[in-house]
Structures are given as C-alpha cells and as structure tokens.
Design a binder for this molecule. Sequence first.
Ligand SMILES: [Zn+2]
Ligand SMILES: [Zn+2]
Length: 247
Amino acid sequence: MKLTVVGCSGSGPGPGSPASSYLVEHEGFRLVLDLGNGAFGALQGLIDPGSVDAVFLSHLHADHCLDVAPFVVWHRYSKRSPGRLVPLYAPVGAERRLAMAYDLDGDGLTDVFDFVPVGSGALTIGPFEVALARTAHPVETYAIRLTAGGRSLVYTGDTGASERVVELARGADVLLAEAAHPDGDPDQPPGLHLTGRQAAEHAAAAGVGRLLLTHIPPWVDRIAQLAAASSVFPETELVAPSGVYDL
Ligand SMILES: [Zn+2]
Ligand SMILES: [Zn+2]
C-alpha cells in the first residue's frame, strides 16, 4: 500500500499546501481520500485524474470536499475522461451538497459519480478492506481504516478526542491523524479537533506503528504540534505535500 499526500493544510488551503486530500494505491487501484480546496490542482501533478478508481469523502466540510467540483469539470470537458462512473463514498447527503457546490441549477453529478452513502461498519473498495467509524465532529464524519496486503492505514478525517477512533486504529501500521488545535488552549471546544498531544495519545492508546500528523491550519505552529506529539509518541512525523509513504 502506498500513501501520497496531495494536500494536508488544515481547515482550508494554505500558502504551501492544498486542503485535505490523500492518494492511496495498492495493486494499481487508486483511491482518493477527501478532495479539499486546491487538491485537484496538486492531484494533476501526481497522476492522470482519469485514473482515479474511487473517491472517499470523510465528511462534507468545505476543506474536505469542494474540489469535487473541478474533478467534475475535468471529467465533463477535458475530453480525457475514460467515461466510466467513479464510485464516490461519502456520508448521506453528499449528492445534493456537492451538486449545490457545483451549480445550484445543475442536474446533479451522476454523470461522473456513482454516489455510495456510507455509515459505520465494514465495506470493500477495490483491493481494500475498509472499516469506518463515526468521529467526534459537528457534522457526520467517518474515520477510515484501509487494509490490504497485510498492512493497514487509518485516517482520522476530522475528529475531537474519540474512543471510537482509537478502536478503529487499534494495531494499525500507520495512523494519519489530524492535529488542528494548538495545545494548551483552555477554550478548546470538545468534539471538534485534536491537538498534537491528543493525536499522539490516540496513537499510543491504539498501539499503532507510526503517527503522521496532518490537517494543521496555516495559523497554527506546525513545529509546536510536532513537538507536543513527539513527547508522547516518538514515532511521529509531519506530513507535507507530495510526501510518499510505502506501508
Ligand atoms: Zn477539516
Ligand atoms: Zn471538518
């Protein structure tokens, strides 16, 4: 399994990265996790967009889904689309929400996507065994565990502190975890985002092999997030755009 970071800026695109998007590949199958603002530009620098086999959206906040719109534009107008429907796994309501983002008066996006509503539990996407768990976030959001070739990757999506995320990540080789909130803020709202320390505590509690920190907003100190996490879970690193991880 190969993970490539397409975009990792938290809560919106930043000066050095698009918003959330990750490419996961195994045996030639290409799965894109989230398509946040700016991600489609970076994705074109990595692969032919027509080679995307499936898309998973953790939730429908703008920084995780809005580049579905340029993905549709490309498929409709580039004359390079292979013309097959792309399965799009997302929480209930994605079809209407994304059609509105594209064009309020449009006919929907079903000429490009086969919308598959998801919930907590197990499913299969291409060569991946998939498990989903509802996270602690203000809108319906799913963390995803992908298993293939005896390796496993867990991506938290957006979440506050969550026992369900710890259970989903139990024993995973890699935990790709958001760390959007700075440590030491007495006004941190519950059920929204993790701090660097909390991400590391989740990694430690789940007994994962490595922790990759992501979704750090442009206004939060990345190095401070890394330092806080590493003090709890030493096998931690910050991801960056175009970063590649062979699991
Ligand atoms: Zn987000
Ligand atoms: Zn969110």
